[in-house]
Ligand binder design. Sequence first.
Ligand code: ADP
Length: 206
Amino acid sequence: MAKAPSRYPAALIFGAPGAGKGTQGEILTRVPGFFHLSTGVIFRKLDPQMEEARQISEYCKRGELVPDELTVSIFRNWLEGRRAADKFRPKEHLLLLDGIPRTVNQCKLIERYIDVKLVLYFECVDMEVMVDRIRRRAVMEGRPDDASESVTRKRLETFERETTPVLNYYGDSLIRRIDSSGLPAEVLAGCLQQLIPVLKENFVFE
Ligand code: ADP
């Protein structure tokens, strides 16, 4: 198996719950050159019989963050599993991280493995738009943490308090603001405009 580079180049898909990160990540992962990973999705796919999965689901249901060490260890194991299965190919794929890092401590913990090249900050000015998107998603996807409005508001508060400091950690030179209130196609165009130069700088295309 090819030796992995010491740090994987990555772009963060960053934004509050309901800002539309998951939708774009899903689309982008079908574009050659990208590998999208969402910690929320990984957590929801864990075997519910595992003790760790049970603990994680309790944090999620309360709208709280999962502890950093546990989050990072699950993230790493999952990523290395995908690499071993040749789904994630470090020489060909720019990682798109959706949902991690969510605290400054997580930024530090992943730094040994992840080289953040860009932060796509999905801005959504109107909190009510996000609450409404999450309400509609609850109906479509049946997520327990989406179903209650009080948990949704708690998640938005958690984002403000614990996750926005992540922006300061990376600083303005890496941050690209994306207006996430537009049509999905417009948001996609905005993301690609930012991501294509990063692909060209970090990967060799034949
Ligand atoms: P959203 O962005 O809409 O909150 P996610 O699917 O990204 O939804 O995450 C669902 C839940 O999983 C979060 O509310 C949180 O409890 C937990 N979670 C996801 N990623 C992380 C992370 N990096 N650190 C801690 N908790 C996380």
